[in-house]
Design a protein around this ligand. Sequence first.
Ligand code: 13P
Ligand code: 13P
Ligand code: MG
Ligand code: MG
Length: 385
Amino acid sequence: MKTTITHIKADIGSLPGHTTVHEDVVAAVKKHVKEQGEGIIWDHHISYIGDDIQITMVHGNGINASEVHKLAWDAFKSGTDIAKKLGLYGAGQDLLKDSFSGNIKGMGPGIAEMDITPRKSEPFIVFMMDKTEPGAFNYPIFRMFADPFNTPGLVIDQNMHAGFKFEIWDIVKAKSIVLEAPEEMYDIISLIGTKGRYVIKRVYTRDDHEKLPGENVAVITTDKLSFIAGEYVGKDDPAGIVRIQSGLPASGEVMEAFTHPYLVSGWMRGSFNGPLMPVGLKNSKMSRFDGPPKVAGLGFVYKDKKLNGPVDMFDDPAFDNARQKANDVADYIRRMGPFEPHRLPEEDMEYTTLPKVLEKLSGRFTELDETGKTKSKKVSTMDVD
Ligand code: 13P
Ligand code: 13P
Ligand code: MG
Ligand code: MG
């Protein structure tokens, strides 16, 4: 049976400022999806990390189904009404358009969805990140599906031995490419190491995979809010769906990719590098310097139009060391204050306020000749780069 998993997320207001959600807003989103979703979706789960509300749905309408996208859009709209009444900070922040026009892409909310051929047991994990960007998934997805030191199944399970296909998007130039691991591993890394531009969108099995040939097995949101809005409107905090087991990385191999709190960009004002901390849902508030960037994981099993679960995957002392290391890295890097590489390079900063500050100095720059002597003409900062 045609089956689709769709995950849509948005920040529609925070308490007190980008820290977490308000329970009344989550309740309004839940109520809408439950009441209006009948006949459109089969099952759903609503959750959040930091200030982002997350809707996971299963249905038979395929990807890009306007009725499914509209359901999520309207649910976020009804949540936004409550957020406005409560005076929450940034109420409706990620709803960038006034009215729904057929597809939620390009309207603000992040979306990850895939059509699947359900297996006898169909386990998958939804990863949700706050205070970072889609490229934050590059490192762990690569490790799950291409690095045998993370995923020994790539070596010892004959179903995975051939490797996986990676669909990578250039989100600046709106282009995509499919590369195959392990043969093109170095090409893959040469792109995805530039994580602000090249992002892994999907992972597929190879066409000769014995159990699931040519199937989509992972998908990540790649919506870049600043490109949609033309200026900073909040970080494009990403989410991803990863199918696991029987010919795919095991649950524990997928989770293992988050045991090293690697550095991602985002955090305060969308403008700082910081460690990605894996957390259980009870610890998903963003209190320190609006972070640090965090990831939560929800483990589901799908069967007969029902979602069983979820399991709060990082709510486990086995991730305490990663959390401790993330706190140590946060202490270390915070000491750099507004200096790079803690602060992002100018072109990657999400806030547009620094150029505005610098504009004030524009008339005070003087042009230099090739020997470093002052030329007479004054120039603007915009001419100096
Ligand atoms: P969000 O993208 O989570 O709203 O965070 C924005 C921000 O500026 C944090 O400091
Ligand atoms: P405001 O200037 O709207 O307070 O934004 C700053 C911010 O949200 C950083 O977290
Ligand atoms: Mg916010
Ligand atoms: Mg957020």
